[in-house]
Design a protein around this ligand. Sequence first.
Ligand code: HSE
Length: 406
Amino acid sequence: MIHIAVLGYGTVGSGVVEVINTNHSSINKKAGEEINIKYVLDLRDFEGDPIQEKIVHDFNIILNDPEVKIVVEVMGGLEPAYTYTKQCLLAGKSVCTSNKELVAKHGAELLELAKERNINYLFEASCGGGIPIIRPLNSSLTADEIDEIAGILNGTTNYMLTKMATEGREYDDVLKEAQEKGYAERNPAADVEGYDACRKIAILSSLAFGRQVDFEDIYTEGITNITAADFKYAREMGKAIKLLGFSKKAGESFYAMVAPVLVDPTDPLYSVNGVFNAIFVHGNVLGDAMFYGRGAGKLPTASAVVSDVIDEAKHLHRSIMAFWSSHKLELTDISNSQRSFFVRAAGSLEEERARVEEIFGSVHFIRIPELEGEFGFTTGIMTEAEYAVRAERLGSVISRIRIRSI
Ligand code: HSE
């Protein structure tokens, strides 16, 4: 029997207990031994709930129990999760987590601690919820040099953008609905400002490129400025607007970004709708691969956490995770990255056509009759820096959205 402890009986923690109870016989078979939840750490009591007999309020009971070999950290946030995780690893207990803030910030150090002790720190649920992506990057795509990762990494914003696209509604309206449905938090900043996607692309990039990508270095733009009018243009162009987290090799360096991006129907990310997530990976030998599924929610996330418990049970004394070096990967400034842009400009297309073409060269104009006093155009490929200079010269830009090229 392998004894485990769960830190936190919130949405994911209770999901972990539910998954282990629901699928106990197949999970035990796959783990090679019976998995027993010995403790659940939470501040609260759960009177009348069968979990009550396992609830402890003191972390030291778990830390000092030599029978506990695996600890599931599903508390979220940096502290006390960081301190508890470190103490568990130092005590020789494997840890698995869904905590993207912690993995993005301290993943390199925690992986190294685990490796030194021949135990494991696994975090399949930290990116893409229930979608297997960490394990494939760690153990399946190992023959490749990964040169690009691009993902729809946030379910809440993808739900909101899908609603705006299909129902023509405004941002504030769909945010309110997402909050009512429990997808978006009361304070939605982590999702809508792109911070959540930023941490996830930092983790995926660190793992794929083998060195620490600091999330603080990643240019991050959320969806708060996307409007129903933007979707009118997108529909006219036959494109979708998606919040993407992406990182890419450019020459000998890498850049990373989170931003709303216009995506073509030929792009596999185009049809990823609602709360679903997808992660597109390009390897120099494999070519393209895409991983798709439920990126959030109690049971999909718990499914990924429990898959880590099983892996840790199977490898109690062997480190299976490729660790990324704590040496920082210096990202290049996005100003040299190249792409085309969709621009909305104020004024009359008849009067501005020549000036736009003089500044931006050959462009494709789009006019939406009901949007008076403005017009749109898509540019050719140019660097971010070149775009900024030209937009400044035009002086009448209402907004711009990047266009993804595949
Ligand atoms: N708020 C996140 C999302 C939860 O909407 O994707 C999963 O990390």
